[in-house]
Design a protein around this ligand. Structure first.
Ligand code: C2O
Ligand code: CU
Length: 544
């Protein structure tokens, strides 16, 4: 394959992404950053210069499995030391499967500050996709706060907790419209003449043609519904895997997911249409994200004659679960799941009060990233660098009431699930009510793998009853991110055959910051000699 070289300067720039001026972390001055384009089998080389004056960084290539390059996964504290201001770090990895992927900062909560983008990997020459289209476009969905990342992180660590709150805006391809005539905080200004702000055409369609939209969500908090007024969306790909096509009016998409949909330009061509994103799963105070889909011949900026679409009710969980269940593998592209697992982890998430700090725990442990990246400490036997006590494979299934707040406190730690190399692992994610008894959606993302989505269930997963028989091994879709719906469970299966150390976490930035994640190790002894560029911090100082 080809080698694509990119040089990225990461720096803070004043941006007016939704008309309100705020510092954003940018790639070469842009937020979101450039779309990386390549063909399956190509190599991507990104030389990152950290030009943030006082802040570390690390960049994760979301959905890229990093086979043979676990040190390029870009997670500070897991696969590398953070890149300090003034330093340069080079990521080099192969994009081994066609599809739509993402990239974003993976240092603290830095993603909130705007370091986001997409990776589009085309099929190799001669390969025929199971659908056709005339042209393709990318659509990146984000949410956006006027509070700085520091303000947000400080609040989350505070006693008592100050939550980040609802975003001020939803962005589509990096742009939104904040109502600047509303009183704005004294610390900010609205810059309505900025080229970044305002309603604009996402793309122009020609009547009768079909378009492939590669849609990705890198929201920090929000679960979204996306729609194009009057047009149906045929879902054909999810996280790089072909889906048995199904038609929706609105696509539910969770942070860290990507979908490709086909849209046919089959509506009245004399007018334009709304493309909108709406918050679901949380009671929204945020206006919808809005952009225009224009028909050729019209002024692309012409506002549609109708009111913007408002989306489905935010609290209808059932229709979201139904759409999650509709996503199965395309019949011609089924990767059969192994018939059974060697090990099953049942991971209960709870919100806990640990010494006055609100944390998320998984089976009682709130994940704290160690100063030394796990990959280095595990490969080099630096046992003092992380918790040696293994975390629990399950929670108290019988005794625990998932419909009530957590009765116990839990602990903060940095343990690791050590998985037998080449084994098959099932994970059942079990949701439960929060301390205030509300119910949240958690999109879980696994680094270094795709997993089979075996099923989404209601209430409490019961391994003794018939839960296992309901699981789909026949045509399960493979994904890297999957929602865990309120008052329910989600079961996944994966093959622990990628030597390295991999994070598995909720993709809500505030949640992983509050400890909602676990770490898997598999075959670390098989990992080749680690590059010294990932070392130098914590216990890995001497190894640098
Ligand atoms: Cu896109 Cu660890 O995340
Ligand atoms: Cu979460």
């Amino acid at each position: 394959g080809k080698v694509h070289h990119h040089t990225w300067n990461i720096s803070y720039v004043h941006k007016s992404r939704d008309c309100f001026e705020k510092l954003a972390v940018t790639v070469n001055g842009e937020a979101p950053g450039p779309t990386i384009r390549a063909t399956q089998g190509d190599t991507i080389v990104v030389t990152v210069h950290n030009k943030l004056e006082t802040e570390n960084t690390a960049i994760h290539w979301h959905g890229i499995r990093q086979i043979d390059t676990p040190w390029a996964d870009g997670v500070a504290g897991v696969t590398q030391c953070p890149i300090h201001p003034g330093e340069t770090f080079t990521y080099r990895f192969v994009v081994d499967r066609a599809g739509t992927y993402l990239y974003h900062a993976h240092y603290g909560m830095q993603r909130v500050a705007g370091l986001n983008g997409m990776i589009v990997v085309s099929v190799p020459d001669g390969f025929v996709e199971p659908f056709t289209y005339d042209k393709q476009h990318t659509v990146l969905l984000e949410d956006w706060w006027h509070k700085s990342v520091y303000d947000q992180a400080t609040g989350l660590s505070a006693k008592p907790l100050v939550f980040v709150g609802e975003p001020q805006s939803l962005l589509i391809n990096g742009r939104g419209i904040f109502n600047c005539s509303k009183p704005v905080p004294a610390t900010g200004t609205c810059n309505t003449s900025s080229p970044d702000c305002g309603l604009r055409s996402l793309f122009t369609v020609v009547p009768g043609k079909t378009y492939l939209l590669r849609i990705g969500s890198l929201t920090s908090l929000s679960s979204l519904s996306f729609e194009i007024e009057g047009h149906s969306l045929t879902v054909v790909e999810a996280d790089g895997h072909y889906v048995r096509p199904f038609v929706v009016r609105n696509l539910f998409i969770y942070s860290g997911e990507t979908y490709s949909v086909l849209v046919k330009a089959d509506q009245d061509p004399r007018r334009n249409y709304w493309a909108t994103s709406h918050i679901v799963g949380r009671n929204p105070t945020t206006p919808s994200g809005k952009a225009i889909v224009s028909y050729a011949g019209n002024d692309p900026q012409m506002t549609p004659p109708t009111a913007p679409t408002t989306g489905p009710p935010w609290n209808n969980t059932a229709i979201r679960v139904e759409q999650s269940r509709a996503i199965v593998a395309h019949p011609g592209y089924v990767v059969p799941a192994p018939a059974r697992a060697d090990r099953t982890l049942i991971l209960l998430n709870t919100q806990n009060n640990i010494d006055g700090h609100i944390k998320w725990t998984i089976n009682g442990v709130s994940l704290h990233f160690p100063a030394t990246p796990y990959l280095v400490s595990m490969k080099h036997g630096l046992t003092a660098a992380y918790d040696q006590r293994p975390p629990l494979d399950s929670y108290d299934l019988m005794g625990y009431n998932i419909s009530a707040p957590a009765p116990t406190n839990g602990t903060i730690g940095s343990p690791v699930y050590r998985l037998a190399f080449d084994s098959v692992v099932d994970v059942v994610l079990q949701n439960s009510n929060m301390l205030d008894n509300r119910r949240e959606t958690h999109p879980w993302h696994l680094h270094g793998h795709d997993f089979w989505v075996l099923g989404h269930g209601d209430g409490k997963f019961n391994p003794a009853a018939d839960a296992w028989r309901l699981l789909n091994v026949k045509d399960a879709i493979m994904k890297n991110t999957v929602p865990l719906h309120p008052d329910g469970w989600t079961a996944i299966r994966f093959h622990a055959n990628n030597p390295g150390v991999w994070l598995f976490h909720c993709h809500v930035e505030a949640h992983v910051f509050m400890g909602m994640g676990v770490v898997f190790e598999e075959g670390v002894d098989r990992v080749r000699r680690l590059p010294s560029s990932i070392m130098g911090c914590g216990h890995s100082k001497g190894l640098h």
